[in-house]
Design a protein around this ligand. Structure first.
Ligand code: GLU
Length: 441
């Protein structure tokens, strides 16, 4: 049984960049018949809010993800306290009293002397008297995890064999001066407690994984299998972080983009599968394997999203979109089929619906007036169907001796007020004889 987790901090809405690990985890759970846990990493009490947590669930639901289990780290602090006590008892977690100014000065000094700015573990040499002096001054310790310093090896499902050299890292702070936990320890405790089998997350977490594997071992656990995927960048290969606001999922929803297009873009970019429509995430789950993630950048191109969105709309059945189409004035399948090829985003359909329902300002040039009234007089009797346009324009051609653009463009301009748009063959029966006649005269 596999179990994966998506572990956002509820300090903001989801954007394209973090939809990516959410989807990789979801698809992995689907393809392996496992479970997907939504775990809010909300130990940062100041920045985490319940509103953001709820909004994240809404964003995930919009993408098509419904968690099997939801958990909050803020409900689980006693577990972290037990892990903390064990690590302290085992000498792997130690108190440090340096202020951030002191640490900054030490780092600057190390750099000036050409040494890497790694924490020097001075706190391990403090005498009980020194500690007492600090405590009397009112200083509260933060706590660091004592790394073993041996290279950590793990087999990554995306990147193959990985080595993290923890000897070149500072002992990580696991607990802040105010006693609150940074995400590193709670994450390991939860992954163990919740039997997480696979940790799938961005490659910015690789060195964290090295540290966390040491913590798993220190707590007597067996680490999960790791998979680190490449991160989405802009077309030039730069991080997405600067424009995250415009890439939030709620913004995409507001702009009328299809959740499937956004999901496919978030997950397929930078993999060996082409970015193209799939009927459902379940179908995609059967095709996509985490090993198909490429090692290079995953460049996100907004134009590609737009094109994918259009492609999806052009092949989506009316029934699947009926709920969204009815408020836009599209309530029957023939209307949808007549208009769908002319939109790249759903809300644009409103504009085309007006060609059917009106009001339309017919455009009739002076030199076409006679031609248009001739055409009006040749309008066949109803019932109309998809052949009506052809038979009507053949008759008009015959009587007027016009052909090609000279024949068709004035008719389009008179019937719709525009030089381009959906096929008149499909529009004509939807507009109906009465309205057509009115527009032509
Ligand atoms: N809260 C962390 C993040 O959003 C979780 C990383 C992880 O998946 O372990 O970066």
């Amino acid at each position: 049984m596999t179990r994966v987790r998506f572990a956002p901090s509820p300090t903001g809405r989801l954007h394209l960049g973090n939809a990516r690990p959410a989807l990789f985890n979801w698809l992995f759970a689907k393809s392996t018949g496992g479970e997907f846990v939504l775990r809010y990493d909300d130990t940062d009490q100041e920045r985490s809010t319940r509103e953001f947590a709820d909004a994240i669930a809404t964003d995930l639901a919009w993408l098509g993800i419904t968690p099997d289990i939801t958990a909050r780290q803020s409900d689980r602090v006693s577990l972290y306290d037990s892990a903390r006590d064990k690590l302290i008892a085992d000498g792997r977690l130690y108190p440090c009293y340096e202020t951030s100014d002191e640490l900054d000065r030490r780092r600057a000094r190390a750099r000036a002397m050409g040494r890497p700015p790694i924490y020097d573990r001075a706190a391990l040499d403090l005498t009980p008297e020194q500690i007492k002096t600090y405590e009397d001054e009112g200083r509260k310790p933060h706590w660091r995890f004592k790394l073993k310093g041996d290279p950590v090896h793990f087999a990554d499902l995306v990147r193959g064999e990985q080595t993290v050299n923890t000897a070149s890292m500072s002992d990580p702070v696991l607990i802040r001066g105010d006693g609150s936990y940074l995400y590193t320890l709670p994450s390991v405790v939860d992954d163990m407690d919740m039997d997480i089998t696979h940790v799938i997350r961005g490659e910015d977490h690789i060195s964290n994984s090295g540290v966390q594997i040491e913590i798993f071992e220190a707590l007597g656990g067996k680490g999960p299998v790791f998979a680190h995927h490449n991160l989405l960048t802009d077309v030039e290969g730069k991080g997405l972080s600067k424009r995250l606001g415009s890439l939030s999922l709620s913004e995409f929803a507001e702009q009328g983009l299809e959740p499937m297009a956004v999901a496919l873009m978030a997950v397929l970019t930078g993999t060996s599968l082409p970015v193209e429509p799939y009927d459902s995430l379940e179908v995609l789950a059967q095709k996509l394997d985490i090993s198909m993630v490429s090692h290079g950048a995953a460049r996100y191109d907004p134009a590609e999203l737009e094109a994918l969105n259009a492609k999806i709309l052009h092949q989506t059945d009316f029934a699947l979109l009926a709920d969204k189409l009815s408020p836009l004035g599209v309530s029957t399948e023939p209307v949808w089929l007549a208009l769908r090829d002319n939109i790249t985003r759903l809300p644009q359909i409103v504009d085309w619906v007006s060609l059917i329902d009106g009001p339309v300002d017919p455009v009739i040039a002076d030199e076409d007036k006679e031609f248009i009234s001739l055409a009006a007089s040749l309008l066949p009797a109803e019932p109309w169907d998809s052949e009506t346009w052809k038979s009507w324009t053949s008759a008009v051609k015959q009587e007027s001796n016009r052909k090609g653009k000279q024949l068709f463009l004035p008719l389009r301009l008179a019937l719709t007020g525009r030089a381009d748009g959906p096929e008149l063959k499909s529009l004509l029966p939807l507009i109906g004889r009465t309205a057509c006649l009115a527009r032509l005269t």
